[in-house]
Design a protein around this ligand. Structure first.
Ligand code: NDP
Length: 292
């Protein structure tokens, strides 16, 4: 039986509509949620991500304050900008698009963002609170994955979730969240040091691929009936496209469809959820600022 394809774009639209409703409530009190979106340099993928985020913010009635800086911006200049955004009461959230140029420490920049304006949920305080199960801004991609699972009524309680990739922004927080009593999954976190990767992925009731390696998860690595969530976004050359490339995930989608019960496509799977959760965090930041 072919897998059910999870329509991330449609589910993201529901989340965005809810964020727009909350934004309208704030607007009635004279507040417009505002996210400062900072981009350093001209990386084409980053430009495309930032543009998508700003469009989504505008559609939900929020302000995306577009701040573009040249690649030669110094770390000090960026830190000074962050300090001014921290102090600006009209800015509710701050997002610095990663990756940053090599001469700038992403750790230093993320740590400089006020934790209550950390719309990406990357600040050490938010990461620590997430680990401890305390209220925190959740990182958008893991949050989006959890929302997809909930919305599709994919059971996590007592299930084995196998995650491939242990980055601070995707794999690691997702592992912590899925292991919470609320989700109650048994979690295996794989990475390049994992020996016999397929022996783990084949045990997964829920398999989450977040490695950034095109098509690395082949059909034989998937347990029949597993739910497969493909976080990977990879550009592969495609001369038939005007851009010269197309996007693909970490999973061999066509083949996996014959084995999995549920699967997310790339694009229009996890990607739109990431943006939707960013809107949710931004409106939450504005609501919290209003309540202070
Ligand atoms: P990173 O490069 O930071 O991390 C990749 C992780 O995958 C690392 O932990 C790495 O292991 C592991 N890995 C890589 N190759 C293998 C392999 N062959 N076997 C086992 N583990 C492997 O990537 P990100 O977490 O930032 O992103 C992962 C993917 O998700 C990318 O394609 C990215 O574009 C995409 N992404 C998509 C988003 C969305 O909204 N859809 C948002 C964010 C990311 P090790 O630690 O040992 O190096």
């Amino acid at each position: 039986m072919a897998a059910a394809i999870i329509d991330g774009a449609a589910i993201a639209q529901e989340v965005r509509a809810e964020a727009a409703r909350r934004t309208a409530q704030l607007a009635a009190q004279g507040i417009t949620p505002c996210l400062a979106v900072v981009l350093v340099g001209t990386d084409p993928a980053s430009i495309s991500y930032v543009t998508g985020k700003e469009k989504a913010l505008a559609e939900a009635g929020m302000i995306g304050r577009d701040i573009r800086l040249p690649a030669h911006t110094t770390q000090q200049e960026l830190l000074e900008l962050i300090a001014s955004l921290n102090d600006d009461a009209s800015v509710h959230g701050i997002l610095v698009q990663l990756p940053l140029p090599q001469h700038i420490s992403a750790d230093a920049v993320i740590s400089a963002i006020r934790p209550d304006k950390d719309a990406d949920g990357f600040h050490p305080i938010n990461a620590g609170n997430l680990l401890l199960g305390r209220p925190a801004y959740l990182p958008c991609t893991p949050h989006g994955v959890l929302h997809l699972l909930k919305r599709m009524q994919i059971e996590t309680n007592g299930r084995h979730a196998v995650i491939v990739g242990r980055s601070n922004i995707v794999g690691k927080p997702l592992a912590v969240l899925l292991a919470r009593r609320e989700y109650n999954a048994t979690v295996t976190l794989c990475h390049t040091g994992t020996r016999g990767l397929a022996s783990y992925t084949r045990q997964a009731d829920i398999l989450i691929a977040a490695a950034g390696k095109p098509h690395m998860i082949t059909a034989d690595m998937i347990r029949p009936g597993a739910a497969v969530i493909d976080v990977g976004v990879n550009r592969i050359p495609d001369p038939s496209k005007k851009s010269g490339f197309r996007l693909c995930g970490d999973v061999d989608f066509e083949a996996a469809c014959g084995v999995a019960s549920y699967i997310t496509p790339v694009p229009k799977g996890v990607g739109p959820m990431t943006i939707a959760m960013l809107l949710q965090n931004t409106v939450q930041a504005a609501e919290q600022a209003q309540n202070r």
